[in-house]
Design a binder for this molecule. Sequence first.
Ligand SMILES: C[S@@+](CC[C@H](N)C(=O)[O-])C[C@H]1O[C@@H](n2cnc3c(N)ncnc32)[C@H](O)[C@@H]1O
Length: 265
Amino acid sequence: MKKARADIPRISDMSYPDFIAFMKQDNTPPGGDATLNYWIRNSNIKPHSYLLDLACSTGYSSRYCFEKVHCSAEGIDISKSSIEIAREKTIELKATTHLDFLVADACKLPFKDGVFTHILAGCNFAFIHDRNIALLESARTLSNQGILCSSNFFYRKLPPEDLLDSVSHSLGFKPGPHWDLNFWTDFFNSVELELIDEKNYDLHRFSDDDLYRSIRQYIFNTNNFTSLLPTELKEEILSHFLEIRRPLNIQRDYQGVSLQLWRKK
Ligand SMILES: C[S@@+](CC[C@H](N)C(=O)[O-])C[C@H]1O[C@@H](n2cnc3c(N)ncnc32)[C@H](O)[C@@H]1O
């Protein structure tokens, strides 16, 4: 096994959240900016809104909402390195008066009841092991008539078991083959939330060449941090990112994306 050098962390050993933070990646919800625009427009996020960016990774969603409508937000994630990057990017944006980020567990939110007008939930309940507890905590901290904005991958056809094993290796948890659209809808329906809007669509895999080209372009050119690293390190990042993304790309042939807005009753 390759030894870590003092100045370079062992990239191949990093967990998915830590790797995202290491690259200072703007981790977006499924559907990217189109999802965020859908949430802002259809759940009425305004300057006076107070959002919880739940399991926020490096905090892209709340920064985007701030830049679009000048609202306020708290972001939480269990990954310390992700929160450090979220804070760094907030300082760069000069948005510390409106955005704050904390290391916290979604199952034990450090907030009072009913404080948030909106909760942003992009691809996070899948990652949270005790997701039913986290959902109860979300409902507790949401104000009456407040809206939980979700964006989830779901299975539109049954994925093979060996693919799920590869996905588990990439992400650090194994998705259930039964996580279809009904599964996620029943999940959110299990607490005091009512579905007020929904938009679903299918995904399809990219060719291996296109996947390779887009990830290489991202690491070598688009990402302001990784593009300045030494070539050897960029190659190491590329290799780990491809190892993560290849199973996720194949999985797209079995997946759809579901955007849903859930209002607290
Ligand atoms: C795919 S990322 C979420 C991305 C982000 N919500 C977005 O829309 O771009 C999943 C995140 O869940 C976080 N996570 C997992 N379990 C958690 C928990 N119990 N409490 C808080 N965050 C958790 C991980 O650290 C990871 O950053």
